[in-house]
Design a protein around this ligand. Structure first.
Ligand SMILES: O=C(CO)COP(=O)(O)O
Ligand SMILES: O=C[C@H](O)COP(=O)(O)O
Ligand SMILES: [Zn+2]
Ligand SMILES: [Zn+2]
Length: 354
């Protein structure tokens, strides 16, 4: 099966009221773990590669890996997405390497640390959307800056995260601005800020409405009901994985992520793409550690990788089921990128925003 674009997949998700997890990948094992989960429950897939993933695996490796996965799992529509593109070159080179979708993250400047202003964000996102749409690729933009509503800080350990203190206005996407932003840039999906941040250390206790503002998503959705919303930083950092890591020699301080039921609430309010990386990292490394602790003489990496992949598959399967993605792969007829390009050109994919 050909690769699917983000736009087609999220249009289907919106029509049928479900969300799609977007899982980060860096290697073959993560790709296989996701596809096995998708095959088990008939779910369409979004895989995304960060700039870090592209330099880790290499663009040629990633391109062939994605092709191999779609050949191995021909019944699963697979979208390949650039996560947090920092400029035009990152986004265009991703499309050249077979990605069907890109995120132009103009909420931050090119260094991915300095919060950008409105004019910068609109100009660069519009430029990327114009070019991507000529070849039928999809574009996700971001308005608002990810960060903790209590401390005003973004996550420290991440490849993309603001430096310095952020104001409440920056940390919560404004509904009127969101409408204006989508109208001006014509993005296919909009990442919004609502108190989540990247990495494992999102909240110091179980989040409340004060620290995780799903109500903000509801306000944005009320203003732009036809726009596909994206939640970044959506790992749940499950307690069982913290325990698995810490019982196997790890030293992760106690932390709290985004409860899956809060994501389900978001999905009821227009969230269609849910970004998850940290949970899968924890699933994999938790099992590495367990094997290392239980079998100190073991040195065959496959003996570490197999339980690690199984742990990750279990997590992906759970999210496909909870988000309502399961059961939808077989209902989608993939539209080619060339066809998508024609639809952009004739205006039929223009955003519906008042
Ligand atoms: O938003 C993400 C990737 O863009 C990943 O978020 P997590 O760190 O919560 O998994
Ligand atoms: O955006 C954050 C993702 O978790 C990717 O992280 P990374 O840049 O370390 O690959
Ligand atoms: Zn961002
Ligand atoms: Zn992100």
């Amino acid at each position: 099966m050909a690769l699917i674009t983000l736009r087609q997949l999220l249009d289907h998700a919106a029509e049928h009221g479900y969300g799609v997890p977007a899982f980060n990948i860096n290697n073959m094992e993560q790709g296989l773990a996701i596809m096995k989960a998708a095959e088990k429950c008939d779910a369409p897939v979004i895989m995304q590669a960060s700039r870090g993933a592209r330099s880790y695996a290499g663009d040629i490796m990633l391109r062939h890996m994605i092709q191999a996965l779609s050949e191995m799992f021909p019944k699963i529509p697979l979208c390949m997405h650039q996560d947090h593109g920092n400029n035009e070159a990152t986004c265009l080179s991703a499309i050249k390497h077979g990605f069907t979708s890109v995120m132009m993250d103009g909420s931050l400047k090119e260094d991915m640390k300095t919060p950008a202003d409105w004019d910068y964000n609109v100009a660069i996102t519009k430029a990327v959307a114009d070019m991507a749409h000529w070849v039928g690729a999809s574009v996700e933009g971001e308005l608002g800056v990810l960060g903790n509503l209590e401390t005003g800080e973004a996550a420290k350990e991440d490849g993309s995260g603001a430096e310095g203190k952020l104001s409440k206005e920056q940390l919560l996407t404004d509904p009127d601005e969101a409408a204006e932003f989508v109208k001006l840039t014509k993005v296919d999906a909009l990442a919004i800020a609502c108190g989540t941040s990247h990495g494992a250390y999102k909240f110091s206790q179980k989040p409340t409405g004060e620290t995780l503002a799903i109500s903000q998503i509801e306000k944005i959705h009320a203003k732009i009901p036809n726009v596909h919303l994206v939640m970044h930083g959506s790992s749940s950092v499950p307690q069982y994985l913290q325990d698995l890591i810490n019982e196997s020699g790890g030293e992760m301080p106690q932390t709290y992520g985004v409860p899956v039921e809060e994501i389900e609430r978001g999905i009821k309010s227009g969230v269609r793409k849910v970004n998850i990386d940290t949970d899968n990292r924890m699933a994999l490394t938790g099992q590495f550690r367990k094997v290392a602790k239980d079998k100190p003489t073991e040195f065959d990496p496959r003996k570490f990788m197999i339980p690690a992949m199984e742990e990750m598959t279990k997590l992906c399967l759970d999210r496909f089921e909870r988000f309502g993605t399961a059961g939808n792969a077989s209902k989608i007829d993939v539209i080619s990128m060339d066809d998508m390009a024609k639809r952009y050109a004739d205006g039929s994919l223009d955003p519906k925003v008042n």
